[in-house]
Design a protein around this ligand. Structure first.
Ligand SMILES: [Zn+2]
Length: 324
């Protein structure tokens, strides 16, 4: 007798590839992490080899449980019209035909692909902090600042899969340059690297490279004034972005996840204070801003969600390639 169905879930990021099996209740099984090998543009096949090995290991680990889909959340940009990726932080892959490759690896299994912030939102809505809520934004504060939206109880990924990209809401009209090529975006103030970079520029651990947001948080807890201000500055930028998003989307709840949310004790108080100053209208004052629940597995649970619940977490902005 065969077991209950599972999805193979993959989360592709600039520093690690994560994979697991997700069962129909959203539980994570056989979680595996690999470094994102190959930083040069010539390393595309090496990176694919590592990912293919990860996927084959998970297909074998499923044993007698039927694999009903292969769900992938990835750092972007993604081209969902052809199923290819060109992640900013993974130079080895430019227009890499990931969906074709995965379909070649497991032809009898449908493949689903969505952005990492979108998957994190699906994961938190299926099994995390956003359960049973209808109008929610998930924000992932990490190497970049990403996000995803749930509207009327369903994932809203937009026409190209990029809705909810709060990191590139402009909060300073003459602001700092952003890795996206624009300037004044939330990400230019609130990502881990932009926080650490600003702090170093202003005298914190000057000359030490690289200094990370983890060290910045440790020093902020020791009341280093520049480190503390880096979190306040990030909180103010996020608050301005959240007010704009909440006004646009009529949100009730916002959840903050990603690596920097491990320092929620430093980030959330100044963020909420700045939010209260910006939020004038009644419907905006009622928005709650909390830490997300699923931490490092939000993207994996979400990659399972887009396989198990395509009605709620699929449609436009989520690629679905049927089994051949
Ligand atoms: Zn930007």
């Amino acid at each position: 007798m065969s077991g209950s169905p599972v999805a193979v879930a993959i989360d592709i990021g600039g520093t690690k590839l994560a994979g697991c099996l997700v069962d129909g209740t959203g539980d994570v099984l056989h979680r595996t992490l690999l470094p994102t090998v190959g930083k040069s543009p010539d390393d595309g096949e090496r990176l694919w080899g590592a990912l293919a090995g990860l996927v084959e290991g998970l297909l074998a680990a499923a044993g007698d449980r039927p694999v009903i889909g292969l769900g992938v959340g990835s750092a972007g940009p993604l081209d969902l019209t052809v199923g290819s990726l060109s992640p900013v932080n993974i130079p080895a892959w430019r227009n890499f035909p990931l969906v074709d490759r995965l379909a070649g690896l497991a032809p009898s299994v449908p493949v689903y692909l969505a952005g990492d912030g979108v998957c994190a939102a699906a994961g938190e809505h299926w099994r995390g902090a956003a359960r049973d809520l209808d109008d929610v934004m998930m924000i992932v504060v990490s190497t970049g600042v990403g996000g995803g939206l749930v509207q009327q109880g369903r994932l809203f990924a937009g026409q190209s899969g990029n809705a909810g990209h709060i990191g590139h809401i402009v909060v300073e009209r003459a602001g700092d340059p952003c890795p996206c090529g624009g300037f004044g975006c939330v990400e230019a103030y609130a990502s881990g690297p932009s926080m650490a970079g600003w702090a170093q520029h202003n005298g914190w651990r000057r000359g030490e490279f690289p200094a990370s947001a983890i060290e910045l948080a440790a020093d902020a807890r020791d009341h280093h004034p520049v480190a503390v201000e880096a979190f306040h500055r990030a909180g103010r930028a996020l608050a301005a972005g959240i007010v704009s998003a909440a006004a646009m989307c009529d949100l009730t709840h916002v959840f903050i996840g990603g690596g920097v949310s491990a320092a929620a004790d430093l980030l959330l108080p100044p963020l909420r204070e700045a939010y209260r100053r910006h939020a004038g209208l009644d419907f905006l004052t009622r928005v709650t801003i909390e830490r997300a629940e699923l931490a490092a597995v939000a993207g994996l649970v979400g990659a399972g969600a887009i396989v198990f619940h395509p009605q709620r977490y699929g449609g436009r902005g989520v690629l679905h390639r049927p089994a051949s």
